[in-house]
Write a protein that binds this ligand. Structure first.
Ligand SMILES: Cc1cc2nc3c(=O)[nH]c(=O)nc-3n(C[C@H](O)[C@H](O)[C@H](O)COP(=O)(O)OP(=O)(O)OC[C@H]3O[C@@H](n4cnc5c(N)ncnc54)[C@H](O)[C@@H]3O)c2cc1C
Length: 412
């Protein structure tokens, strides 16, 4: 029998994240949407809380530290936990639920939570135990994209050359989320450009490393509370042991090592879309009910008000995205290869997020388009979730390759 109830321990941490979203994020959501690039000082309170939780060994708020740090999973004696989590450590599931809840509050602010960057998930996925000790408490952004590419991660042109006991990095990274606020940046660079994708490695670069500068901040459609930076690396020097994973170039293995981080981060981004999607559905329900539209679960959709029927369709779509994402995170927690499921979850949730939030604007009419509610903001915020960590089209390409058992050379 399938039991999809969440275990008690995860429920407690998700409730805590929801409280943060409701009490800290929502009240300042519009303020920072209108004040792009202004630092949300309210996040300092969160930083202190996150640090306190980390010190006490409790699960963190947004959970983006992912698989290895965030907790030990199912509470003893919790029957439901074993159904959903198996014998896992629960870190990915915890991260997913917390990302969902905090993005229910505000996606841009969630992306700005100190110590919870996507780079943290990358560190958690591939760092050695010694590196986890050193980098366990940093705030790490993720820098892959360059002016010459976005989707084609194998086209990294930033270089890393070993010079004595230091790596020397050169290149430009663009659209780095939390790139100016994070304490560290996980940078993808090639250690030997003649060896192609197998030579791409990730490096932990402290924000104050010599040769690293923030060259600009982007103005954006949505997630305006989040800083999106262009970074320049000019003879940027970092210690030799800041490389994540092995420095050896294994042409057979390709760049599976660095790509592995996506298996952890894609379900997280899916969860963000699920969070903002649920926010929009809740607001839309209120607006429809206030307009006298009854949403019934006992009457066939085709016998209901057209707006109610549309609401039921959106809710079903939301549920499908949620369940796909739970599966992807569960597989990551249980050390099962989940690239296919992570991409399915991200594709479905990314599309659902934009569809649900835009439909909510449409169904709420002028109220949805105005700034009287946050619906119009959520429709702007959700779009990025279908773009970064791999666009909708790229996720579909990955799913097709996996299902058809074709390589990236065979299906482009
Ligand atoms: C606000 C924001 C924050 C970001 N944060 C980060 C970050 O923290 N770190 C980071 O490294 N990057 C980040 N990015 C970059 C993001 O990951 C890229 O924008 C994304 O991967 C797409 O790359 P691109 O923009 O170069 O588009 P392109 O790769 O040029 O794609 C353009 C269009 O073509 C489609 N396309 C491309 N290839 C194919 C194909 N083979 N088949 C079918 N369609 C295809 C794409 O889906 C897309 O619709 C961020 C971007 C934004 C806007």
């Amino acid at each position: 029998m399938i039991n999809l109830e969440l275990p008690k321990k995860l429920r407690a941490s998700a409730n805590q994240a929801h409280q943060v979203a409701a009490e800290i994020f929502r009240p300042v959501s519009r303020k920072y949407d209108l004040a792009e690039h202004e630092y949300p000082v309210e996040l300092d309170t969160m930083a202190a809380m996150v640090e306190g939780l980390a010190d006490s060994g409790t699960q963190d708020i947004s959970g983006a530290t992912g698989g290895r740090k965030a907790g030990s999973g199912a509470a003893a004696g919790d029957d439901h936990a074993t159904e959903l989590l198996g014998n896992s450590n629960g870190g990915n599931m915890s991260a997913l639920l917390n990302a969902l809840e905090t993005c229910w509050g505000d996606v841009g602010l969630m992306l700005s939570i100190p110590y919870q960057g996507l780079g943290n998930a990358a560190i958690a996925a591939v760092a050695t135990d010694e590196q986890l000790e050193r980098f366990g408490k940093v705030w790490a952004a993720m820098a892959i994209t360059e002016p010459s590419f976005g989707s084609d991660s194998a086209a990294v042109s930033t270089t890393a050359v070993l010079d004595g006991d230091e790596w020397v990095l050169n290149g430009t990274k663009i659209f780095v989320t939390a790139g100016s606020r994070a304490t560290h940046i996980v940078v993808w660079a090639s250690v030997d450009r003649s060896k192609g994708r197998a030579a791409i490695k990730s490096f932990v670069v402290p924000q104050d490393a010599p040769g690293l500068t923030v060259s600009r901040l982007e103005h954006k459609l949505g997630i305006k509370a989040s800083d999106t930076a262009e970074l320049r690396l000019e003879d940027c020097r970092i210690p030799a042991d800041n490389i994540l994973g092995s420095p050896e170039v294994n042409v057979e293995k390709g760049f599976a090592g660095v790509m592995q981080t996506f298996d952890n981060t894609r379900p997280l981004v899916a969860a963000m879309a699920i969070g903002v999607g649920r926010a929009a559905l809740e607001e839309l329900r209120t607006v429809l009910e206030q307009a006298g539209v009854e949403i019934s679960y006992d009457t066939p959709a085709n016998n209901q008000h057209a707006a109610a029927a549309e609401f039921l369709r959106l809710e079903a779509d939301w549920e499908a995205a949620y369940l796909l994402s739970l599966r992807a995170a569960w597989m990551a927690d249980n050390k099962k290869p989940n690239s296919l499921q992570a991409s399915m979850a991200k594709a479905k949730a990314g599309r659902m997020g934009t569809d649900v939030t835009l439909k909510a604007v449409e169904l709420a009419g002028p109220l949805g388009y105005s700034e009287h509610t946050l619906l119009e903001k959520w429709s702007r915020d959700s779009k990025i979730l279908d773009i970064f960590e791999g666009t909708q089209q790229i996720q579909q390409l990955i799913v097709a390759r996996r299902v058809l058992e074709l390589t990236s050379a065979e299906l482009k």
